[in-house]
Design a protein around this ligand. Structure first.
Ligand SMILES: Cc1cc2nc3c(=O)[nH]c(=O)nc-3n(C[C@H](O)[C@H](O)[C@H](O)COP(=O)(O)OP(=O)(O)OC[C@H]3O[C@@H](n4cnc5c(N)ncnc54)[C@H](O)[C@@H]3O)c2cc1C
Length: 427
């Protein structure tokens, strides 16, 4: 018997289990997730969920019947705490609940946890993080409370800005504090950052760039053994921004505890090769917990960690193939989306190493694109409120094509018709 243990029951873990069955694997599959919920999609948490528009079934990835029909044993609400492997590759894992699971094949899809803000005051009542369903379930009614009018969002990345947009849509006074000189600076060009700064300000959100936080302040009263409620966020210059609720969204830390127990190489994530194999050559890992060779055909070298649904699903396909003993290599054009209120951002490709940017359309119209080039070739695009243009870019990149910069700037020419596929690719 060559049972598969998959630790982490979310996008990547469910995808691996699904593919193993699709490919005819009949060995036992154990899919273990520490969260009490059935596997669900995280993206809606910072969008429709905290707005109060969604029910649990709207975010669930697969029904109970789906797992039963495929004979995938889904164990929720239990955490794998120890895992070991013998020299012959057979292994045993133990869960917190006392369950022992023997396996021959192992997949780590343990994801990431919200990065904690290392400052005084984060334990005040009313200070939130948003990585999982339990946190969203707590945040949603708190945001809706009438008493809660002043919201401070710490971190101007995607989760912070999505939450800020929802809070502003609920009519709250919202301030976003970003430590860097621009919003989402790790991912997008200055032009896209400038657009989001203007768009959020247009909607009445206060945005503070280069905002250095000293501490979170709150009432001294002890409420049920914990500190009182948050009242504000103090900046290093002494300014205090009033807050009835604080959302901290300052990135994530990959979950590598089990990989370290197994002696696998870890550096900013579980190090895997293009076949999603960890350093022991037999454990696979996929999704937010991994650090991998850049899978993007047009990408520049080095290892990267991609935090996106698309990446979790694509890398999981390769991980499943490796578990089945097949040769597979992860090569794919990454894509991502972020919905900030009525602003839909879609990103195709990776802009790392770009040397030219073309802005297509007028950012103030809130329907435009920023195209990134390296040595004259298209490598990525940020597209706002224009799904057709996003699809045109994604399709061009997937085919190894480009869109000449001078044509890209001309909004009278649809991007779809401007794609040039090099002869070497079409031959
Ligand atoms: C609020 C929010 C909004 C997002 N919005 C978008 C978006 O708009 N677009 C997009 O592309 N991406 C978005 N993402 C990112 C996307 O959800 C992640 O990239 C994706 O979920 C990664 O999937 P994963 O399976 O690798 O990891 P995860 O989804 O993190 O799942 C890992 C699971 O493993 C469990 N686990 C860890 N250790 C153990 C253990 N020892 N035992 C048992 N279980 C364990 C964890 O509890 C978790 O449930 C968003 C993420 C968040 C949090």
């Amino acid at each position: 018997m060559n049972a598969t243990l998959i630790v982490g029951a979310c996008q990547a873990g469910v995808q691996i289990a699904s593919i193993l069955r699709e490919r005819g694997d009949t060995e036992p599959i154990y899919l273990v997730g520490e969260e009490a919920h059935r596997p669900y999609q995280r993206p809606p948490l910072s969008k429709g969920w905290i707005k109060g528009e969604l029910q649990p079934d709207d975010v669930i990835l697969r029904s109970r019947e789906w797992f039963a029909e495929r004979d995938i044993e889904l164990i929720t609400g239990d955490r794998v705490v120890t895992v070991r492997r013998d020299a012959d590759g057979m292994g045993t894992a133990m869960t917190e609940g006392g369950r022992e699971i023997a396996f021959g094949r192992l997949a780590l899809t343990t994801g990431a946890a919200a990065r904690r803000l290392p400052l005084v005051g984060t334990d005040y009542h009313g200070v939130h993080y948003l990585r999982d369903a339990d946190q969203a379930i707590t945040l949603q009614p708190a945001l809706a409370e009438d008493r809660v009018q002043n919201i401070v969002v710490i971190g101007g990345g995607f989760i912070g800005l999505e939450t800020a947009a929802v809070a502003r849509g609920l009519g709250k006074n919202v301030t976003v504090l970003e430590a860097a000189p621009r919003l989402v600076g790790r991912v997008v060009a200055q032009e896209t950052s400038d657009f989001y700064l203007a768009a959020h300000r247009r909607r009445g959100t206060q945005v503070v760039l280069d905002g250095r936080i000293a501490r979170i302040v709150g009432g001294d009263a002890i409420v049920q053994g914990s500190l009182g409620s948050v009242t504000g966020v103090e900046l290093e210059d002494g300014t205090v921004i009033p807050a009835d609720l604080v959302l901290i969204g300052i990135g994530v830390v990959p979950r590598t505890e089990l990989a370290l127990q197994l002696g696998l190489d870890v550096a900013g994530g579980i190090l895997v090769d293009a076949a999603a194999r960890a350093s022991d050559g037999r454990t696979v890992a996929a999704g937010d917990c991994t650090m991998m060779p850049n899978p993007y055909p047009q990408g520049v070298g080095g290892r990267i960690r991609l935090e996106s649904v698309n990446n979790a699903l694509e890398q999981a396909k390769v991980a499943a193939a490796s578990l089945l003993g097949e040769d597979a290599e992860y090569r794919s054009v990454p894509w991502f989306w972020s919905d900030q209120g009525d602003l839909k951002l879609q990103i195709a490709g990776l802009s790392t190493g770009y040397d030219q940017v073309v802005v297509r359309g007028e950012p103030d119209s809130e329907k435009f694109a920023v195209l990134y080039y390296r040595a004259g070739s298209l490598i990525a695009a940020d597209v706002v409120n224009h799904p057709a243009e996003f699809l045109a870019v994604k399709s061009a990149l997937t085919k190894g094509g480009t869109i000449p910069p001078e044509v890209a700037a001309d909004v009278t020419i649809p991007l779809k018709s401007a794609v040039v596929i090099p002869e070497a690719v079409t031959a």
